[in-house]
Design a protein around this ligand. Structure first.
Ligand code: MG
Ligand code: ZN
Length: 382
């Protein structure tokens, strides 16, 4: 018998799938997660910071990360998260201009332009007028800029910092907006919005002409030696962590920081843990928990840099909560989480905000999502 045919026939019988280190998300028990893969949390933020001025801002958004999502991650990691080491915390109110419940477009645009806008809006106000984003302001002031996401880079959250479109689904227009800026590093998925377009243009080539090193996988990121890097590491959306995405978010964030920190004027970097939200929409406890811990390990990497650097303000928050998720049982010593949901979409509840670094104290109490834009400007003295 042909050797390959033999493998093809026999492997399914012996359960080849158990040799992979993941099971399909759809096949898991959605109501419960037992974490066998916990990590140690180091307390980088103990170090006293001498500087009072902010040179760099690293803004981390956990999409759909409500208090229960944070707590589920904390229980699964046997009682600790890097978020716990951030000294300042509070809440942000997430409503959109036209709805008590925001989507990720209006939610991220509130952060990026400082105005409540309608659901679906990308970098435009409630009348669809384009407004300068905090990333564009930083760029204008000589800072370096970057975006990192575990979704498509054209997806609502990262797009709201760089693009200006009335509807989040205008992906090809959003991709074109990337070429209208001088963003230094962006890493995410949705390569297809750049090179498989209805207008026939190949924006990957156009980015190269503009001086970007363009890479198409996380493995080839190390070869991107240029000053400007466009990394479209997945054709469509990057895989869930449970499907073997690996440490993409942490590694991409480290890469971006290493590039951006060379600028003596500082940098603005937005990092999104995109898929916490997708676990919420799916009412899927293991999906939420693994994305939450992936995001938290990235926060750890960022805090390590910020503590050493001393002039970096780190802010972590969410655009909204997803799923009406609650932790309804489990075992903190064993890393077991059980949960229930009130629905499959976003909810209106306040979400947590955490800060570390110079001017971190600006981010305590109950604030509006739109306040974050003004606090960033204040921190940077713009
Ligand atoms: Mg998002
Ligand atoms: Zn969502």
């Amino acid at each position: 018998m042909n050797k390959f045919l033999f493998l093809f026939l026999v492997i399914p019988v012996f359960g080849w799938s158990q040799n992979f280190n993941y099971t399909k998300i759809e096949e898991l028990d959605k109501t419960r997660y037992e974490n066998k893969d916990y990590y140690e949390v180091k307390n980088y933020t103990k170090k006293k910071l001498k500087k009072k001025e902010v040179k760099n801002i690293i803004f981390l958004i956990g999409d759909g990360m409500g208090v229960s999502q944070v707590y589920a991650g904390l229980v699964a990691n046997r009682g600790n998260l890097y978020l716990r080491t951030m000294p300042v915390s509070g809440f942000n109110k997430t409503n959109a201009s036209d709805n008590l419940i925001t989507d990720s477009a209006a939610g991220a645009t509130a952060f990026s332009i400082g105005e409540k806008t309608h659901n679906g809006a990308i970098g435009v106000d409630k009348n669809d007028v384009p407004k300068k984003t905090i990333l564009e302001l930083a760029e204008e002031n000589g800072m370096s800029t970057g975006l990192v996401a575990t979704s498509g880079i054209t997806h609502a959250t990262p797009a709201s910092f760089i693009a200006h479109q009335p509807e989040r689904g205008m992906y090809e227009e959003i991709a074109l907006d990337f070429l209208n800026t001088d963003i230094d590093v962006f890493i995410g998925g949705a390569r297809n919005h750049f090179n498989k377009r209805k207008d026939g243009r190949n924006l990957l080539m156009e980015l190269e002409v503009k001086g970007y090193d363009v890479v198409e996988s996380m493995d080839s990121l190390k070869y991107a030696k240029g000053e400007k890097v466009a990394a479209l590491v997945a054709e469509d959306q990057p895989d869930p962590y449970l499907h073997g995405r690996g440490e993409m978010l942490k590694e991409a964030s480290e890469f971006a920081i290493k590039k951006l920190k060379k600028n003596k004027n500082g940098f603005f970097l937005m990092i999104e843990g995109s898929q916490i939200d997708w676990g919420g929409h799916d009412n899927h406890v293991p999906y939420i928990v693994t994305e939450m811990m992936d995001f938290d390990r990235t926060i750890g990497e960022v805090l390590k840099f910020a503590a050493k650097d001393g002039e970096t303000l780190v802010v972590v928050t969410a655009d909204h909560e997803t799923g009406g998720f609650s932790v309804t049982g489990g075992d903190i010593a064993a890393g077991i989480v059980e949960g229930k949901f009130t629905g499959g979409s976003h909810t209106a509840v306040m979400v947590p905000i955490f800060a570390y670094g110079p001017k971190a104290e600006l981010f305590s109490g109950i604030i509006e999502n739109t306040d974050i834009f003004y606090k960033f400007k204040e921190a940077l003295g713009l």
